[in-house]
Design a binder for this molecule. Structure first.
Ligand code: UD1
Ligand code: CA
Length: 511
C-alpha cells in the first residue's frame, strides 16, 4: 500500500481505507500525531454525510454509493485521516445512519447523528458538542471523494495564514453547473463577499465560474457563537452553512477563499451520472498508476480495477477484465479478457485464461485457470495446478501440479499433489442437510464421469475407473470400479429395424 500511495501522481491518487486503518492500528503514529497537535491549533475534521441523496433515487444512502470500488465516504475519511488522526475525524450522518456507521466503523472515524437533515448549516449545529474542544474545524463533503490530503492541508494552512473566521475552498469550472458561486470583494481579493446558492443566482451571477467546493475551515468558537444566526429563509428552507460567510461579513470577521489546484478534486456526486464520471476518473487514474508500476493494462477504459487492488510488475491485464475488492495479483501473471476477480490472491507467473469468475480464493504461482473456470470462495489452487474449462470449485485445496481440466465440480475437498481429475467428475458434497468432505490423496487418478459421494477418502496413488460411483473409501493404490457391467446384444439393431418396418406395413407384430 505504501508503495501504491507513493507512486501515484497528482490529484487523482486513489486513497485506500487500508491506509487509514494501518495508521489507526499502529499505535505509534497516533501519539506522534497528537503531539504535533499541541502548540498548534487543535484541529478536527467534520465530514457532512447525513444527506439522503434524493437525486440518486436510491434506497442506499448517498455516501455509501461506491466509486472506485468503495463508498464515497470511505474515500473522504481516508484523505481526512492523513491530515488529522482518525479519532479527530467526525462524520455527520443521518439518513440510514446505522448502515453508514457499520460500513465505515473500520476506518476509526467518529460519528455524530443528525437525525433530521435540515441543511449543511444544521449539520454543523448538531456537531457542536463533538467539536467543542477544538480550535478549528475543517469541514468536508462526504459526497466529494476525489479530495486529496494536500488540498485539505492547503485549506488549513491558508486559513491559519489569513487568520480568518471562515475559509472556503473554491474551484474554477468551465461548466459551473448547480454549484454555489463565489462573489469576491474584488477580482484579486482573497476575501469573500457572498456565496450564492444556485437557485438564488441572478442572470449575471450564472456566469461566475468560481464555485464553492463545499469544503471549509472555521474557527470553532466563532462558528458556534454565531451559527444560531442562520435561518431557513431560502429556496430550500434549509440552514445553509454557506450563509456563515454573510454573517461573518456583517461582523467584519474575515472570510477568505482559496482555490484548489486541481478542480477535479472537488467534484461532488449528486446524480448517478456524476457518480459514474467520478468512478471513471478514479479507475483511469488507478490504471495509470499500475502502468507506472510496471503493469501492462491493455485498453484501460474497458477494465474495472478497484482502487485497493495491487498488481505486480510485468503482469499483463487484457481488455475487459475486472479486478475487485482486495484482489492482489503477483508478477509475470497474465489475466486474459473477460475475467471477473474479487478478493482473490493470485501469485506470480499465473495464467488466467478468458472468462474466469473468481471470489475469495488463492491461486499459487504458475497455476493455470480457465477458460471459464469458476472459483467460489475458499478455493486454494496450488502451485502449477490446472483448473480448466467449465470447472467449478468451492472450499478446496488443490495440491501442487494437480489437474482438474474439464466440466467438473469439486467442493469441500482436500486434493493432494499430482492428482488428475477426469472430465465430468463430481464431488457429491451435500446430502440435502449437511456438507461432507472428499479427501483425495497424492497421485490419485480419477477417471472421467466419476461421482465421489462424500464423506469419502481416496488413498494415495489409487485409480478410479471412469464412471464409478465412489461411496466407500478407496485404499491406497487400489483400483475402484463401481459401474454396471456392460452387455453387448449382438444383432439387436437389425432386429429392431425389421420389427419397425413390419409395424409400418400394418402387419401384426411378432413377439
Ligand atoms: C453544497 C453548497 C454549495 C456547494 C456544493 C458543493 C450549501 C447550502 N451549498 O450544495 O454552495 O457548491 O455543496 O458540492 O451548503 N448534508 C448533511 N446534512 C444536511 C444536508 C446535507 O450532512 O442536512 C451533507 C450531504 O450529505 C452532502 C453535503 O452535506 O454530503 C452537501 O450537501 P448537498 O445537499 O449535496 O449540498 P449541495 O446542494 O451540493
Ligand atoms: Ca453535493
Amino acid at each position: 500500500m505504501v508503495q501504491f500511495a507513493k507512486n501515484v501522481a497528482g490529484a487523482l491518487r486513489a486513497i485506500t481505507s487500508e491506509t487509514a486503518q494501518n495508521c489507526c492500528l499502529s499505535g505509534i503514529l497516533w501519539p506522534m500525531a497528537k503531539t504535533t497537535q499541541t502548540g498548534s491549533p487543535r484541529t478536527a475534521i467534520a465530514i457532512m454525510a447525513a444527506g439522503k441523496g434524493t437525486r440518486l433515487k436510491s434506497k442506499l444512502p448517498k455516501v455509501l454509493h461506491e466509486v472506485g470500488g468503495k463508498p464515497l465516504l470511505a474515500h473522504v475519511i481516508a484523505a481526512a485521516s492523513k491530515v488529522v488522526p482518525a479519532s479527530d475525524v467526525y462524520c455527520i450522518i443521518g439518513h440510514e445512519a446505522d448502515r453508514v456507521r457499520e460500513a465505515l466503523a473500520p476506518t476509526g472515524a467518529g460519528f455524530v447523528l443528525q437525525k433530521e437533515q435540515r441543511g449543511t448549516g444544521h449539520a454543523l449545529m448538531v456537531a457542536r458538542e463533538a467539536l467543542a474542544g477544538y480550535d478549528q474545524v475543517l469541514v468536508l463533503s462526504g459526497d466529494a471523494p476525489l479530495i486529496q490530503a494536500q488540498t485539505i492541508e492547503k485549506l488549513r494552512d491558508f486559513h491559519a495564514a489569513k487568520k480568518a473566521a471562515m475559509t472556503l475552498l473554491t474551484a474554477v469550472l468551465e461548466v459551473p453547473a448547480a454549484y454555489g458561486r463565489i462573489v469576491r470583494k474584488g477580482p484579486k481579493s482573497d476575501e469573500v463577499k457572498a456565496i450564492i446558492e444556485f437557485k438564488a443566482l441572478s442572470k449575471a451571477q450564472h456566469k461566475i465560474c468560481e464555485i464553492n467546493a463545499g469544503f471549509y475551515a472555521f474557527d470553532v468558537p466563532l462558528l458556534y457563537d454565531n451559527i444560531d444566526k442562520l435561518s431557513t429563509n431560502n429556496a430550500h428552507g434549509e440552514y445553509y452553512l454557506t450563509d456563515m460567510a454573510a454573517i461573518f461579513g456583517k461582523m467584519k470577521k474575515r472570510v477568505v477563499a482559496v482555490q484548489a489546484d486541481d478542480a477535479s478534486e472537488v467534484l461532488g456526486g449528486n446524480t448517478r451520472a456524476e457518480l459514474v464520471e467520478i468512478d471513471q476518473v478514479i479507475r483511469l487514474a488507478k490504471c495509470k498508476q499500475l502502468m507506472n508500476d510496471g503493469v501492462t493494462v491493455f485498453y484501460p477504459q474497458s477494465c474495472v480495477i478497484d482502487c485497493d487492488v495491487e498488481v505486480g510488475a510485468d503482469t499483463v491485464i487484457e481488455p475487459f477484465v475486472q479486478l475487485l475488492g482486495k484482489t492482489k495479483v503477483g508478477s509475470d501473471t497474465r489475466i486474459h479478457s473477460y475475467s471477473v476477480i474479487r478478493n482473490v490472491e493470485i501469485g506470480d507467473g499465473v495464467t488466467v485464461l478468458p472468462g474466469c469468475v473468481m471470489d475469495d480464493s488463492h491461486v499459487q504461482n504458475k497455476a493455470t485457470l480457465g477458460p471459464y473456470s469458476r472459483l467460489r470462495p475458499g478455493s486454494n489452487i496450488g502451485e502449477g495446478a490446472k483448473v480448466g474449462n467449465f470447472v467449478e470449485t468451492k472450499k478446496i485445496n488443490l495440491g501442487k501440479g494437480s489437474k482438474v481440466n474439464h466440466l467438473t465440480y469439486v467442493g469441500d475437498a482436500e486434493i493432494g499433489e499430482k492428482v488428475n481429475i477426469g472430465a465430468g467428475t463430481i464431488t457429491c458434497n451435500y446430502d440435502g442437510v449437511n456438507k461432507h468432505k472428499t479427501i483425495i490423496e497424492d497421485g490419485v487418478f480419477v477417471g472421467s464421469d466419476s461421482t465421489l459421494v462424500a464423506p469419502v477418502k481416496i488413498g494415495k496413488g489409487a485409480y478410479i475407473a471412469a464412471a464409478t460411483c465412489v461411496t466407500e473409501d478407496v485404499p491406497s493404490e487400489a483400483l475402484a470400479l463401481g459401474r454396471a457391467r456392460q452387455i453387448n446384444k449382438e444383432g439387436w439393431v437389425r432386429k429392431k429395424k425389421t420389427r419397425q418396418s413390419e409395424l409400418a406395413k400394418g402387419a401384426e407384430p411378432h413377439h
